[in-house]
Each structure stands twice: as structure tokens, then as C-alpha cells.
Design a protein around this ligand. Structure first.
Ligand code: ADP
Ligand code: ZN
Ligand code: ZN
Length: 737
């Protein structure tokens, strides 16, 4: 038997069947407890084979079988094995990342069925009056008949007291039978009032629904390219309704559920049947329960963050990825996979449609749509009567700023507030001030572990490193010269909030960023207050850009994006454009039109110009042209090897050795189309006390790159490493950090 062990090991291991016969047929997808080294490990059975490359005399037996039935179906295993091979990740790591965390331990899957009873067909058809001489039996049968999905014994005892004898009598007559029930599962009985609750679809929405619905039952990839507020979610809901009505299951993957409680509510309220919500804010037990329901086919809809892409779904009929451009769909450590790209692969393996939805599609996705690999569905207009926001640039060179706001923006804000509207201010920098410096000697508070400055926070009062989490007390005197003139430079959201209060003393202001929403439930509370109109000025970081609906907001001020315009990552322009359009999309969703004012010192910047003149589509066309010229994705494919170590020269030395090996392979395979760039120090070379470097591999053809990586990564694993050096391979990297 071939077994993948729950450890970051690329190989599979061979074992003999357990000595005592297993209680279940040995099937791939079962977890096993196997002897491993001097201990034992949990593993997963992948293949049954009678051949082995190991010495048969040294093969050990499986100790025990841990599950009563396979946790993963052959289709689930195919997807995960494919992902492990594509992303060059150890199969054991990939498999056990895909499963609920507790299952890395030899514990059994939580199976929380409780005993219950159900009326048999005879019990359903018998006339109750025939039981008049046994009133307790009659009453119990009446209760059972009222609950066709079954009645938990515990509930029964609550209403009838001890009724063991009565139950025995009814069972003897064949009127009831025992069954196993799942506690807490919402019964799927109530008729879907949902269809009534939704608005009538407009023509574009209807065309999208028709196209996708027509593709059910086979593989097809769609890009649902719809401006913010165009009713994409409404399209998803109609499609899921159709899937559920036909007895299928749907999978919806979103970037961050915690940030979009509204979306979750809409799905849960509008759709019939049990919904399993899977995200990282749930505790492990809750997540496992939802995962299990989905795997049993009981949850008709799974709504989850990226790891939900691996949820077993026996009747999977449709996959939706919302905000498909969002970088958080890519896992950035451990098993580095893209949930969006795996969604397409999974749909292909399953034979079902996949829909990628966004107002600002990733350039990779747009490229696929342009090549007709994805059917391109457009929702160019806002749904209902809402009108699109207008975006204008505000040149703030030489302008006096108060609280970082130009006088024009302040006047605009006053006018909107006076008219009873809400204002949203976007500043993508949390904390009070990004720099604390000594006016006498120029000392600047820096992180002792990173090449980064410490951000001043006043609540709680600390100097904080946003890269490694280091914090220290705020000095009252300069640590270098003991001078007392320490100055706070720049403005974060904390300071903006402080500075706004005296400027707008009569209105209520709320701040939304990671610091202000740390407490559980706080984000929901703030969003609710905004919805109810209790807050007039809402300010915050990119948390505000994520799918929220702020119908009362008519003015959005984007205070400072100039830094990101010139960031070094080649995806920076794309991310900046997406951020601007997404923030803008929060405004004026109801009947009140929205206006976006973007303060900048670079009004002539080509990115801003193309975005303004032609919207995101125009920007994307220009950006794709630049990517083509520079041979960057989607016109080339990348893999990034990162290395980090305590010593400055070690990561570079490791990567130089890796490069030599790669050059050998390329020369031997006569594969000149593979290019190596680097190694170079990472943009932030030192982070959390470790030096970092990277080596980039670039190739125009994906299969060629894959073949190269398949040869290179095993020998990289064998490369000698200095103490404490860690390295990783990232296929299709999203961030060049
Ligand atoms: P998106 O997901 O594209 O941002 P939503 O589905 O959230 O858009 O729709 C935006 C708003 O428009 C929501 O308040 C929604 O209820 C409303 N809406 C959607 N479709 C329609 C429609 N056909 N008619 C009227 N209102 C609609
Ligand atoms: Zn000083
Ligand atoms: Zn740091």
C-alpha cells in the first residue's frame, strides 16, 4: 500500500496491510496510523499496489485504520495530488492542509450523530385512532409523524418524559424505527421563500444566469466581469438556487468572510437548505463540523475562504469564486496554492462550470477571457437605479493640507455632510504616525529585526513593527542624543481620526482598520452603525475596499496612494488600480450617485490617467501591453525560490548553488527558453531577524516550466544548507517579497 505521511515529505511510503484484518475495506482516502522512524504517524492511503521499490523484507505493517470510511473520494485525491505536483509541494503536506486540522492527529472524525426515531411507511399510513387504547403510543407516533426528518431521542424525552417502553411497543409493531440524526443542522424543509425575496433580474444579469445555467453538467469557465453593484451576488444566488433545486451542491470561495458579514447573511437568508460556512475565524471544531456536513452531501452550499476549495462535495455542480482578483486567494506560506486557479482545475476534473467574478479582474483572468478560454460575461451597469461613481484627481502639490485633506476636499465633505450624506476616507496606513524621529540628531525609530521603521501607535501606546510584530515602549527622550524634541512624521488612520475631530466637531466619526476591529464583533457593530446612518464620516484602510455596501456614502476621499504607485512589485499598478476602483465602488450604491476624489502629487501618472479616462478595462488593456513587452505574467510564467537565514551571505550562497544546478539542467535539456533572474536580496532584505533573498525562474511556456521544476526541485531538496537556512518554492508567485 502506498501511503502519504502527514509531514512535509515529497515521497510516498510503502506499507503492508495491518496484521489484524481492518474493519473496513482498504480504500484510498482512509487515514492510517503507521510506524514511522522511531515513532508513528498519521498517513493517508493513496494507492493499493503489490509492487514496491523497497526491500520487501523491511516493509512494516500499518498499525491501524483510523476512519470508518474514506475521508476523500478519488476525485478529491486527484485534485490534491494534482495541486501538490503543480505547486511542487510535498503530497503529505498538501493532503493534510486540505483536511480539517485535527485530523493530523490519530483522532477519529467528529461524528456527532445522535440517536433518534422516525415513523416507518406503515407508521405514516396507519390511522392514529387505532392506537386510542394506548394513548402514549398514539401521542408519540403523532410527534414522529410531524417530524419526517426524524426526532432526536433527547427531544422526545423532553416532551414525553421517559418513554422507553412506549418506543419498544411501537417498534415491535413496525410503526417507528430508530435512526441517526445530526444535531443543529437546519432542516431543509421550509419552502424557499428566497425566490420571492430577490429583485427581478435585469437583462444583463439574466443573460449571465442563462449562459451559466446552460453549461451546468459539464466543464466551462466563465469570467463574470461586473462593475461594483452590478448585481453579481444576485446572479450567484440564482445559480445556486438552480443547482440546489436540481439536487446538486455549490461551492463559493471568497477572499475573507470575516470582512464581509453582509455577503454571508445574504447567502444564508436567501438560500434553502443547510449552508456550511468555512473560514479561519471559526474554531477547529466548528470548521470540521461544516466540512463533514459537506462531505456527507448534507450541506447544499459551502461558503468558505481559500482552503474551502478542497472541501469534499459528492454532488458538486457549480464553483463560484468571488473577488477573484484578490491576492488573499493565494496561500503565501506552507502549501502555496491559488484557490482561484484550483477552482478552475477542480471544475475541469469534476465536469462542472466555474464562475470567476470581479469588478476588477486579475490581468491573468482577463487574458484568459480575451483568448476565449473563459466565456466573458459582462455586467457593465449598476443594478437597479444606482448610478456609477465619478472619479476625479485632485492635485495636492503646493496645497496646504489639514489632517492630510486639501481645502477642496474639506469643502466637498462639508457640503455632503450638510446634505445628510455620509463620507468615506481611505488611508491605507494604520497607526498614528509611520515615523518617529529626533529633530536634533535625525534618529529614526527602526525595528531591530527588520529593515523597516517602527510605526507609532497611541492606543495602545507603542512603537510597532508592522512586518514582524516587534513592539517597544515609546521613548520620551531620543535614544541617540537624549534630546527631547521627538517628532511624529506622517499620518496613519489613528492620527487622521484625531485630526478630523476638531475639523468636524459636530459629526460622528468611525475608524475601521485592523486595530479598531480587533475585538470580536466590533467590525459588525461598526458596519451596522454605518448602515443605520449613525456615523457620518467613516475612515479606514483597505478593509473598507472589501465588498461592503455603504448606500449612504456619496463622497469617497482617497488620501494617499502615491507610495503604492511607485512600489517595486510588478503587480503594484494592477493592485493600485483594483484598490481605487473597489474603494470607489463602495459609494452611491442606492439612488444617490457617488463621487470619488483622489488626492495625488502625480496627477500625470499614466496609470491614473488611463484609469480615469477609460475605467478599469482601459487600464487593464494598457497594463497587459506592458506585461507583454516585459515578458511578465500572463505572457510568461514565474516560479520564485525564496531563501532566508540568520546570516547575511547564506541565502545568497544557497541560491547561487541552486542557480548553478539549474543552469546545468537547462544546458543538458537544451532548454534555453528558461531564464533565471538573480539571486538578489529581497526588497526587504532583513525581516524578523533573518536575511532573505530570492531567485526568479521565468518561462514563456507553462508545461516547459513545469518539466523544469519537476527536475530541479528534488535536487534542490538535496542541496546542502547552512544551519537555520530555510527555503521555499512558490509557483505562480503573487508577491515578490
Ligand atoms: P455586486 O455583487 O455586483 O456588487 P450586488 O448583487 O451586491 O452587486 O447588488 C448590488 C445591489 O443592487 C444590492 O443591493 C442588490 O440587492 C441590488 N440589486 C441587484 N440586482 C438587482 C436588480 N436586478 N434590480 C434591483 N436591484 C438589484
Ligand atoms: Zn537625537
Ligand atoms: Zn520588525
Amino acid at each position: 500500500m502506498r501511503v502519504a505521511v502527514a509531514a512535509p515529505l515529497a515521497e510516498l511510503f510503502d506499507y503492508l496491510p495491518p496484521v489484524s484484518p481492518a474493519p473496513v475495506a482498504l480504500t484510498p482516502g482512509l487515514r492510517l496510523l503507521v510506524p514511522f522512524g522511531r515513532g508513528r504517524r498519521v498517513g493517508m492511503l493513496l494507492r493499493i499496489t503489490s509492487r514496491t521499490e523497497q526491500d520487501p523484507a523491511r516493509l512494516k505493517c500499518v498499525e491501524s485504520v483510523l476512519d470508518a470510511r474514506p475521508l476523500l473520494s478519488p476525485a478529491d485525491l486527484r485534485l490534491i495530488e494534482w495541486a501538490a505536483a503543480y505547486y511542487r509541494q510535498p503530497i503529505g503536506e498538501a493532503l493534510f492542509t486540505a483536511l480539517p486540522a485535527r485530523l493530523r492527529d490519530p483522532a477519529p472524525l467528529l461524528d456527532e450523530r445522535v440517536p433518534g426515531i422516525q415513523a416507518t411507511p406503515a407508521g405514516l399510513s396507519v390511522t392514529l385512532d387505532t392506537l386510542n387504547r394506548a394513548p402514549r403510543q398514539r401521542d408519540l407516533l403523532a410527534l414522529a409523524r410531524a417530524a419526517p426528518a426524524g426526532l432526536a431521542l433527547a427531544d422526545l424525552r423532553l416532551s414525553l418524559g421517559d418513554c422507553a417502553a412506549t418506543l419498544r411497543a411501537l417498534r415491535a409493531k413496525g410503526l417507528i424505527e430508530t435512526c441517526q440524526l445530526i444535531p443543529g443542522l437546519t432542516p431543509s424543509l421550509p419552502p424557499p421563500v428566497s425566490a420571492l425575496a430577490g429583485p427581478a433580474l435585469n437583462a444583463d444579469q439574466q443573460a449571465a444566469v442563462n449562459a451559466i445555467q446552460g453549461a451546468l453538467g459539464g466543464f466551462r469557465a466563465f469570467l463574470l466581469d461586473g462593475v461594483t453593484g452590478s448585481g453579481k451576488t444576485e446572479v450567484y444566488i440564482r445559480l445556486i438556487e438552480a443547482v440546489i433545486a436540481a439536487g446538486g451542491q455549490a461551492l463559493v470561495v471568497v477572499p475573507e468572510i470575516g470582512l464581509t458579514p453582509q455577503l454571508r447573511e445574504r447567502f444564508v437568508q436567501r438560500l434553502p437548505g443547510p449552508v456550511a460556512v468555512l473560514h479561519s475565524a471559526l474554531n477547529a471544531r466548528e470548521r470540521e463540523r461544516g466540512w463533514h456536513r459537506a462531505a456527507l452531501g448534507e450541506a447544499t452550499l459551502v461558503l468558505g475562504t481559500r482552503s474551502a476549495i478542497f472541501t469534499p462535495l459528492p454532488r458538486l455542480a457549480l464553483i463560484l469564486v468571488d473577488e477573484e482578483h484578490d491576492a488573499s486567494l493565494k496561500q503565501q506560506d506552507g502549501f502555496r496554492y491559488s484557490a482561484r486557479d484550483l477552482a478552475v482545475r477542480r471544475a475541469q476534473l469534476t465536469g462542472c462550470p466555474v464562475v470567476l467574478g470581479s469588478a476588477t479582474p486579475a490581468l491573468e483572468t482577463l487574458h484568459n477571457a480575451r483568448l476565449d478560454r473563459y466565456a466573458w460575461l459582462k455586467l457593465p451597469q449598476r443594478a437597479g437605479r444606482a448610478r456609477p461613481p465619478t472619479i476625479s484627481l485632485l492635485d495636492i502639490r503646493d496645497q496646504p493640507l489639514q489632517a492630510g485633506l486639501s481645502s477642496v476636499l474639506r469643502a466637498d465633505m462639508r457640503a455632503e455632510l450638510a446634505a445628510g450624506n455620509q463620507v468615506l476616507l481611505f488611508l491605507n496606513r494604520r497607526g498614528y504616525a509611520p515615523i518617529l524621529t529626533c529633530h536634533a540628531c535625525g534618529w529614526v525609530g527602526g525595528c531591530p529585526h527588520c529593515d523597516a521603521r517602527l510605526t507609532l501607535h497611541l492606543n495602545p501606546r507603542k512603537l510597532w513593527c508592522h512586518h514582524c510584530g516587534w513592539s517597544q515602549p515609546v521613548p520620551s527622550l531620543c535614544p541617540a542624543c537624549q534630546g527631547s524634541d521627538l517628532r511624529r512624521l506622517g499620518q496613519g488612520t489613528e492620527r487622521l481620526e484625531d485630526n478630523l475631530r476638531p475639523l468636524f466637531p459636530e459629526v460622528s466619526i468611525a475608524r475601521i482598520d485592523r486595530d479598531s476591529t480587533r475585538r470580536k464583533g466590533e467590525l459588525d457593530r461598526l458596519l451596522g452603525a454605518v448602515q443605520r446612518g449613525e456615523i457620518q464620516i467613516l475612515l479606514g484602510t483597505q478593509m473598507l475596499a472589501k465588498g461592503h455596501d455603504f448606500p449612504g456614502v456619496t463622497l469617497v476621499g482617497i488620501l494617499d496612494l502615491d507610495q503604492t504607485l511607485y512600489a517595486s512589485d510588478f503587480r503594484a499598478p494592477e493592485r493600485t488600480a483594483q484598490l481605487i476602483v473597489q474603494v470607489a465602488g463602495r459609494a452611491g450604491r442606492a439612488e444617490r450617485p457617488g463621487r470619488v476624489v483622489l488626492q495625488t502629487r502625480h496627477p500625470e501618472h499614466p496609470l491614473l490617467q488611463s484609469l480615469l479616462r477609460e475605467g478599469y478595462g482601459g487600464f487593464a488593456a494598457v497594463a497587459l501591453g506592458e506585461r507583454r513587452d516585459a515578458e511578465l505574467p500572463p505572457f510568461a510564467h514565474l516560479a520564485l525560490v525564496r531563501a532566508e537565514a540568520p546570516g547575511e551571505s547564506e541565502p545568497l550562497a544557497f541560491l547561487r548553488a541552486a542557480r548553478v544546478l539549474a543552469e546545468g539542467l537547462i544546458a543538458a535539456a537544451e532548454a534555453p527558453k528558461i531564464q533565471l533572474l538573480g539571486p538578489i536580496p529581497a526588497p526587504m532584505e532583513r525581516r524578523a531577524g533573518r536575511y532573505r533573498a530570492q531567485l526568479l525562474v521565468q518561462c514563456g511556456e507553462r508545461p516547459r516550466l513545469q518539466r523544469f521544476l519537476a527536475h530541479w526541485s528534488p535536487i534542490l531538496r538535496g542541496l546542502s544548507r547552512t544551519r537555520g537556512l530555510r527555503w521555499s518554492l512558490d509557483v505562480d508567485p503573487q508577491e515578490m517579497l
